[in-house]
Structure formats: structure tokens, C-alpha cells
Design a protein around this ligand. Structure first.
Ligand code: MN
Length: 511
């Protein structure tokens, strides 16, 4: 990828003055990196060019693309941040600075053995610190994606280190941003380096299995297309193949038996409108026998990363088990590109609102972790004290949805306990929690909740928080509330026991 190629690729998406600025950035970076080479022996400038090209393909705004070109200059060349600010403005400089900080902090963590177990945490703290602007993370993901695609030139030791970090930190990060395609690309590359024999074996296995079912699935596809046409529905039907790494993870869950996996290949149906998704679901269930417990409405209840689709698994007439994913074009776009989609070239307004810190209104409301992260960042900026708990934002864990008996939906981290739910509903309800009923059955305080549970908090006016509840909450929110309540409770219990002593002394015969 050289300068003219990149400019040709960028041309359709940016204004002439923006392209001039991009060209200027390429010239500056080319001179700055002039005598450096990549491990592959290529000129160094090829790397930032490739990163910028990835950012163009993700549809990022011009500032991100320019920052992509310049992302290694402050760290690796003579160029200073001030120079970048003078030449390309505050926003670009801010982004370059953020990306530099992420790399520096990583470079600072030298000792491999000591550092890896803590990577997740340190890096997430760091990303929170630089993450006032999510674009920093997106540029970092583009950087990592290109580095992963040129990993063959590194030593085996470095390959393993980088691949592990990619799998543990960057792929989950892409997932949190809803960038499904990037997540899969990172996972596949990382897994192929971490466990080459297993990667090869599973890839072969997948190919063999798919060879058999592809023809049959082709028939199903034709049948479905014909049926949708009868209803006058315009729809695009495509096959999607499971990635090697997700097959690896799934196999671990079904004790290694590939025949127990029903979504090796799924059919994806893309339609114009949301209503059509439900119509398609109805048509499919009329045509084939749906499998119980395999119908998921991620449209009404999106995944925490914003993913939306209807999922259903059916048994076709020739007894084939087929998973369908039904979504609109907008949902499809988001599932593939995630948050990057909100910086789209044509939506410079969004970017502007974003940089003006009003961006939470433009982000999907179900991305709660971003709001959580913003709160921490605001505190950091105002030099307010932050407890280690607060930094432990649930960036990486999976999340579950549970219901109140009234049907309200609450979103909790996986492994959450009943008290976490109670504190999420209201701290006064949690305060008087006496017992729990889950799906109608009495449920112990120390047993984790499951996705879809209906949770009822049974309260008693006289029941109060106890010290041992500290081991019965898992979320930061519940822990903070409980701490406050125990503080008050301690005082009131001292007060009560004093009152009791006085009372007992005054009335010696009464118990
Ligand atoms: Mn780089």
C-alpha cells in the first residue's frame, strides 16, 4: 500500500480538503519513519499506512485516519506531540497521544511472567484512562489487527505473548464495542499462533462437516427464499460459517462432540424493516418445526454490546437442524462494525457531538459499560478519589438478563448473586432482603443467578444488612451500597445495643 493507493481508496469518502490533510500526514510520517524498517524488512511506513487503510475501511472519520498514519511517530521518531498539534490540530494530537500512552504503558510492563496474569486489569484501567475518546481504542484495534497479520516475522516467544494479549484483551474489547467482524479476525489470528495444531485440526474438521451440509443447506435456502417471496418480502439470505475459535470454545462446552453443535453453519436473513424480522420468524416457524428454548429475541432485548437479531433453530423436513439469524440491514451493519459505525464518514455531526463530550446521547443506550467508564473518567479528570472497585468496570465479563416479577429487565454480570440484583433494583429493597425466590423457588443467597431468571426479593422490615453479606455481593454497585449501609447499620446497631442495655438495666426482670 503506497501513498497514491491509499489516497485512491480514501477518495470517495472524504472531502477534498480532508484528503489534502491526509496526504500531508502521509508525507510527514514517511519522512519521520524514513530509516526505520519493520521486522519483515519492509519500510516502516507500510505499517501506519496499513492501519490508516483499515480505519478507512471501517468508515472512521478523517481525524482517526490521520491519527492512524501518525500513531507511531511520537513514540518512535523525532516528531513531538506539539508539532502534531500545530500541523494537524488538537483532535488529531489528542488521539495520537492516547494511542501512544496505551503502547507506552504496555512497554513498561516488562517481565512477561509477572505481567501476563495482570494484563487484563492494567490494560483495562489504562484504556479507561485514555478512553474519554473511544476512537483511541478503535485506532489501537486497527494497529493490533495489522500487527497480528504480520506476526510471522516475530520470534516464537513474542508471537505467543502478543497472541495471548490479543485473545485476552483486544478481542474482548472489540466485542464490547460491538465490532463483531474485527473480534473474529483477531481471535482467528491469535488462536492460529497460540495452538497451531488444534487450529489446523478444527479448520479441517469444519471444512469436512460443512462440505456435507452445504448442499443440503442450499436446498433449505432456496425453499425459504421461495416462501418469503410468496409473502412479498424482500430479503437477502446468506450462509454464515462458524469461526474456528468459536468452534473451539463451543466444543469445550459439549465435551468435544462436533455433532452436538447445531450452528456450524447458520442462515442469515436480512430484511429492510424491524417488523419484517418478526414476520420472517413467523413464516419460518410455520414452515419448519422450531426447537424449544432456542428462540432468542435480541431485537427487543439487545445484547449488552448492542447486538440485535432474532435467532431461532428449526428442524427441516429432511431432519436437518438449522439455525437462522434474522435482522435488518441496520442491525447487520452494527453487528459487523459496531461502534465504529457511529463515526461514519457521512455522520461528521456525530463525531462532533462525540468530541464535545455529549456523545453518550449518540451511543447505543444499552452500552452501559461506556457510561460506567465515562463516570470514572470524569472523576479522574476532577481529581476525585476512585476506589479500586470503581476501576473494576465490567469491561470483559459476560452479562446476563434477569427479570423482576413485574417483568422489568435488569442487566447483571455473569455470576451475579441475588443480593446484586436486589441492590440494582433499589438499595432500600436490598437493605431489608430476607430471602429470595427465583422462578418461584426459594433461592440461597450464595447461588448465582442465571440468564432469564425471574427474581423476587422477599423483604422483612426488621431484617437488616449483615457483615457476611460482603461475601454475597459481586458487583461494584452492590458493594458500595452495602458498605454505606453497614456503616449506618453499625452505628444504629451500637445505638440499639446501648438502648437495649439501658432498657434491660431499667427493667431487670423483662427479657
Ligand atoms: Mn503501530
Amino acid at each position: 500500500m503506497d501513498k497514491s493507493q491509499l489516497l485512491v481508496r480514501a477518495k470517495p469518502y472524504y472531502k477534498p480538503n480532508q484528503l489534502l490533510e491526509l496526504e500531508h500526514a502521509i508525507d510527514v510520517a514517511t519522512v519521520a519513519h524514513a530509516h526505520q524498517k519493520r521486522k519483515s524488512g519492509e519500510p516502516y511506513i507500510n505499517h501506519p499506512m496499513a492501519v490508516a487503510d483499515i480505519l478507512v475501511s471501517w468508515g472512521m472519520d478523517i481525524d482517526s485516519v490521520i491519527a492512524g498514519i501518525l500513531h507511531d511517530t511520537v513514540e518512535d521518531t523525532e516528531i513531538s506531540l506539539d508539532q502534531i498539534e500545530n500541523l494537524f490540530g488538537h483532535d488529531v494530537a489528542f488521539l495520537v497521544d492516547g494511542v501512544t500512552k496505551v503502547s507506552q504503558a504496555r512497554a513498561g510492563m516488562q517481565n512477561l511472567e509477572n505481567y501476563l496474569p495482570r494484563t487484563k486489569d492494567n490494560l483495562s484501567k489504562l484504556l479507561i484512562a485514555v478512553g474519554q475518546d473511544i476512537r483511541v481504542i478503535i485506532i489501537k484495534l486497527a494497529d493490533r489487527l495489522h500487527n497480528m497479520s504480520t506476526l510471522q516475522y516475530m520470534s516464537r516467544e513474542k508471537q505467543l505473548k502478543i497472541a495471548r494479549e490479543t485473545l485476552e484483551v483486544f478481542a474482548p474489547m472489540a466485542d464490547r464495542l460491538g465490532m463483531g467482524r474485527v473480534r473474529v479476525e483477531l481471535e482467528e489470528l491469535a488462536f492460529s499462533y497460540l495452538n497451531p495444531p488444534e487450529y489446523k485440526r478444527l479448520k479441517g474438521l469444519l471444512k469436512k462437516k460443512l462440505g456435507k451440509s452445504t448442499r443440503k443447506l442450499g436446498e433449505v435456502k432456496l425453499e425459504v427464499e421461495a416462501e418469503l417471496k410468496k409473502y412479498g418480502l424482500k430479503a437477502e439470505v446468506n450462509g454464515r460459517v462458524k469461526s474456528v475459535y468459536s468452534l473451539f470454545k463451543k466444543l469445550a462446552k459439549v465435551s468435544g462432540e462436533i455433532d452436538n453443535i447445531y450452528d456450524l453453519m447458520a442462515l442469515r436473513i436480512i430484511v429492510d424493516k424491524k417488523e419484517d424480522c418478526y414476520l420472517v420468524l413467523g413464516i419460518l416457524h410455520d414452515l419448519y418445526q422450531p426447537m424449544i428454548n432456542r428462540i432468542k429475541d435480541y431485537i427487543a432485548i439487545p445484547k449488552p454490546n448492542g447486538y440485535q437479531s432474532l435467532h431461532t433453530t428449526v428442524i427441516t423436513r429432511n431432519k436437518q437442524i438449522v439455525e437462522f439469524q434474522i435482522r435488518t440491514y441496520d442491525m447487520h451493519e452494527f453487528a459487523e462494525r459496531g461502534l465504529a459505525a457511529s463515526f461514519h464518514y457521512n455522520e461528521q455531526k456525530t463525531t462532533k457531538g462525540y468530541t464535545e463530550k455529549r456523545h453518550s446521547s449518540t451511543l447505543p443506550s444499552n452500552m452501559q459499560w461506556i457510561t460506567q467508564m465515562q463516570e470514572v473518567v470524569t472523576k479522574l479528570k476532577n481529581d476525585e478519589e476512585i476506589s479500586p472497585d470503581q476501576l473494576n468496570v465490567d469491561l470483559f465479563g459476560n452479562r446476563i438478563f434477569v427479570h423482576s416479577p413485574k417483568g422489568d429487565i435488569y442487566n447483571l454480570p455473569e455470576g451475579a448473586l441475588p443480593l446484586d440484583f436486589a441492590y440494582l433494583v433499589h438499595s432500600d429493597i436490598a437493605k431489608h432482603a430476607y430471602s429470595f425466590r427465583v422462578n418461584g423457588m426459594i433461592h440461597p443467597f450464595d447461588k448465582p443467578l442465571q440468564n432469564g431468571d425471574i427474581v423476587e426479593v422477599i423483604t422483612r422490615k426488621l431484617s437488616l444488612p449483615k457483615q457476611d453479606w460482603k461475601d454475597l455481593v459481586t458487583t461494584t454497585h452492590a458493594r458500595n451500597k452495602l458498605r454505606t449501609q453497614l456503616g449506618q447499620h453499625d452505628i444504629s446497631s451500637i445505638y440499639n445495643s446501648v438502648k437495649n442495655i439501658i432498657y434491660t438495666k431499667a427493667n431487670p426482670r423483662k427479657k
